[in-house]
Design a binder for this molecule. Structure first.
Ligand SMILES: *[C@@H]1O[C@H](CO)[C@@H](O)[C@H](O)[C@H]1NC(C)=O
Ligand SMILES: *[C@@H]1O[C@H](CO)[C@@H](O)[C@H](O)[C@H]1NC(C)=O
Length: 378
């Protein structure tokens, strides 16, 4: 009994010391005070776990290479948003909004939600998700918590203006809306009109983000959705030379082009802020995929040809680093890193415009307009 207690006591000391080392020596100094993430399933770090929705992946083999197992990330390990958190120097993953958002919000919050889009109606058939508008609403709750914690609006505004904001939106407005027969948007809008409709809505949302004090905002364009294994399998007769469904890629390219123009307009209008374009389409290219053995099929087993999610408890491929795609639509951690590195520090000039994220971090912005920020609005 006494021996058992002694062992327990020794174990406690070991645990205390290792924890203490973690909190003191292990503490990295992030390059920015905080990092906020808006997005869809490429960025979601578990927010959908709080919802009654089938669109969540809190089961193995998701997370098979993640220290905490299946967290709701659509990956075997880290996603793109996580790789950027690490490159910014955060020593822990940014919390999701659901639980950590109550107590642990000063480093930033991830609001990403699988299935979410710019339009409220996107994904409504799978119901219950945090659309971009809801993510912005949740962010306003965080902003008021920060103001309370830091002791006032002025200090909060200063703090928030130094943070990095990323937004990855629009994939589902195509994949879970425009490309689906169950929605009528493709009957109502031509591809050009639809992209314009999305961009107009997105512009209002990014202005809304600006109004909460965001000043350094990286907006990710759309990846090559036509190269996702699920879409290659669904459109076998409409593949181009790179074996990708060209119609899908052509449609999202229109969005990307309009997005760049829209961000230039925002930069023109708000001289005290920078909206930078991350060229996801070109970053998601064969150049980035060059180190991978398998670029057009998923690592995990999906239910049937054309499906996206991994089958619960199925055995994934042995070497995840050889694959670009983890499931029918989402990247492996290896690809997330290859992608996230190029978004953080450009490899080619066109990867980011006007700045990559590492440059955005270092910018000294004039805060002449910061006083116009209205933190009280909710
Ligand atoms: C398209 O679908 C929406 C939602 O189901 C419906 O409200 C709308 O009337 C439809 N529009 C057309 C032109 O069919
Ligand atoms: C897994 O694949 C990567 C990339 O091709 C390679 O570098 C690594 O050696 C492989 N690991 C194993 C255990 O085969």
């Amino acid at each position: 009994m006494a021996g058992g207690l002694k062992a327990l006591w020794a174990l406690s000391v070991v645990l205390l010391v290792s924890n203490w080392q973690h909190w003191t020596y292990g503490k990295a100094t992030p390059q920015v005070p905080c990092y906020f993430v808006f997005g869809d399933s490429l960025f979601d770090n578990g927010n959908n776990n709080y919802l009654t929705t089938p669109v969540k992946v809190n089961y193995l083999p998701y997370g098979v290479d993640f220290p905490l197992g299946a967290t709701g990330r659509c990956s075997n390990g880290l996603n793109i948003a996580d790789t950027i958190a690490e490159q910014l120097g955060f020593d822990s993953f940014i919390t999701d909004f659901g639980v950590g958002g109550f107590t642990n919000f000063l480093d930033g919050v991830n609001y990403g939600s699988s299935g979410a889009g710019i339009l409220d109606e996107t994904g409504y058939l799978s119901r219950d998700l945090f659309t971009m508008n809801i993510q912005l609403y949740n962010h306003k709750i965080t902003v008021s918590r920060i103001a309370k914690q830091l002791g006032g609006d002025d200090v909060a505004k200063k703090y928030l203006s130094k943070c990095i904001y990323v937004s990855d939106m629009g994939h589902n407005d195509y994949l879970n809306n425009y490309f689906l027969d169950t929605y009528n948007s493709s009957e109502i809008y031509t591809p050009d009109e639809y992209a314009q409709h999305l961009i107009k809505t997105y512009k209002t949302q990014l202005e809304d983000l600006y109004s909460t004090g965001a000043r350094k905002i990286a907006v990710f364009g759309l990846i090559r959705v036509g190269c996702m294994p699920s879409n290659i399998q669904q459109y076998p007769n409409e593949l181009d030379d790179s074996s990708c469904a060209y119609k899908l890629n052509d449609d999202v390219k229109i969005f990307n082009s309009l997005l760049q123009t829209m961000l230039e307009e925002l930069n023109e209008k708000h001289k005290d802020a920078v909206f930078t374009y991350i060229n996801s389409y070109d970053i998601d290219s064969d150049v980035t995929n060059a180190g991978f053995k398998h670029t057009r099929e998923s690592c995990c087993q999906v239910l049937q040809s054309g499906a996206v999610p991994c089958q619960s408890l199925s055995i994934p491929c042995a070497n995840r680093s050889e694959y670009v795609y983890w499931d029918g639509a989402h990247f492996t951690e290896a690809k997330a890193w290859a992608f996230g590195k190029r978004a953080f520090k450009r490899q080619l000039p066109k990867d980011a415009h006007p700045y990559d994220i590492s440059e955005l971090v270092k910018l000294e912005l004039h805060d002449n307009d910061v006083n116009n920020v209205n933190l009280a609005q909710l």
